[in-house]
Design a protein around this ligand. Structure first.
Ligand code: SAM
Length: 338
């Protein structure tokens, strides 16, 4: 009965076309999990790893309520699974899901749309209670006859079994501005184990530098009623400066030892009254045409690095992203040369 209900919900997710439909489907999925999962909300099992903080089981469960994030990731992963099924009709598809949380939100609903011999998955989480929760949900829904390995491990250092060729790697372990959570450290580790044909989801996390008035950015508006979605217009005086980098399979191809990404130096504006803040903007290409734009999700909200008012005597700025430990942004500045 639960399996049938989940199948109907995921079919409606795949078919949904408008924001209202996306939100409704995500609410149905969230309600489904709340009904069948057993999570101890009083336990804070947040865990620090080299590369960021792994959310508690309770915090990770709540990610399902970041509505457009959840729907777009599920749609993107479905599309990637269909592509891989067509590319490899003779064998099952190997999926590595790093940071599955207590609901395995981004893959578990999709299992119902595939025959059990088509998917072979490793589901990782650092929190044992999240792994226990996924096991319980698989059992309640009758999806425990799929070929799934549930593993308690740190995805920053995890090494896949030799015979397991990853066709699809999924990780959504991300906080806005790539701060706090270990998305980049995990991606770097997974990408090093991905074959040429392997698909990474998200395919791209695009990190842009812009000057804006951070307080006027719509993501900070209290009028925002729909969780994870903002219909207000972006702040009109925002100035795009440059794309700093894109987290992708390609980025780490020749940088597998880098734990720091440094930008060029950019001129600071002389008149910045309309856009006094140095900010990071994020867009995510989940797979092919499925994208999460700025502030459509909690994880694509902008992040303010520094106010230009505090840099008045400087002429140039460089932004530095360091994910060797707790991921963070810093900056370097240069005086004017005259
Ligand atoms: C933002 S939550 C997302 C949960 C779920 N994947 C979703 O999309 O709804 C991230 C999950 O990744 C797990 N996680 C974070 N860092 C991890 C690491 N280094 N190794 C294994 N799991 C990790 C957290 O414990 C948490 O369950």
């Amino acid at each position: 009965m639960h399996k049938q209900e989940l199948t109907i919900i995921v079919q409606s997710i795949i078919a949904s076309n408008t924001v209202d439909e996306h939100v409704k489907c995500a609410q149905n999925l969230s309600g489904f999990y709340s009904k069948i999962a057993v999570i101890d909300r009083d336990v804070n099992n947040e865990t620090f790893v080299k590369g960021g903080v792994a959310l508690s089981s309770s915090g990770a469960a709540d990610c399902v309520d970041d509505y457009l994030r959840t729907i777009y990731f599920i749609k993107g992963i479905y599309k990637a699974l269909i592509k891989l099924s067509n590319d490899f009709p003779e064998r099952s598809i190997n999926v590595l899901y790093a940071g599955c949380g207590p609901y395995a939100t981004l893959i578990l609903p999709l299992l119902t749309l595939f025959n059990k011999d088509r998917i072979n998955a490793i589901l990782l989480d650092i929190n044992i209670s999240s792994i226990a929760s996924v096991r319980q949900i698989l059992s309640v829904t009758g999806l425990n006859d799929y070929s799934l390995q549930l593993i308690e491990a740190d995805a920053v250092t995890y090494i896949k079994p030799q015979e397991f060729t990853i066709d699809l790697a999924i990780s959504e372990t991300m906080h806005y501005g790539l701060t706090r959570e270990p998305q980049v450290a995990i991606t770097r580790n997974i990408v090093s184990q991905l074959p040429a044909h392997g698909i990474l989801i998200p395919e791209e996390i695009r990190i842009d530098f812009a000057y804006t008035f951070f307080d006027y950015e719509p993501s900070l508006s209290t009028k925002n009623k729909v969780k994870g979605y903002n219909q207000m217009q972006p702040y009109p005086h925002k100035v795009f400066v440059d794309r700093l980098f894109t987290i992708s399979k390609e980025l780490f191809a020749d940088r597998e030892h880098d734990l720091k990404l440094e930008s060029n130096f950019y001129n600071l504006p002389a008149d910045f009254s309309n856009y006094p803040d140095v900010c990071i903007f994020t867009e995510i290409k989940i797979f092919e045409d499925i994208e999460l734009k700025t502030a459509e999700s909690y994880i694509t909200n902008p992040y303010c690095v520094v106010s230009i008012y505090s840099l008045a005597e400087y002429a140039e700025i460089q932004l530095i992203y360091d994910f060797s430990d707790m991921p963070k942004w810093s900056y370097d500045v240069k005086m004017a040369t005259n």
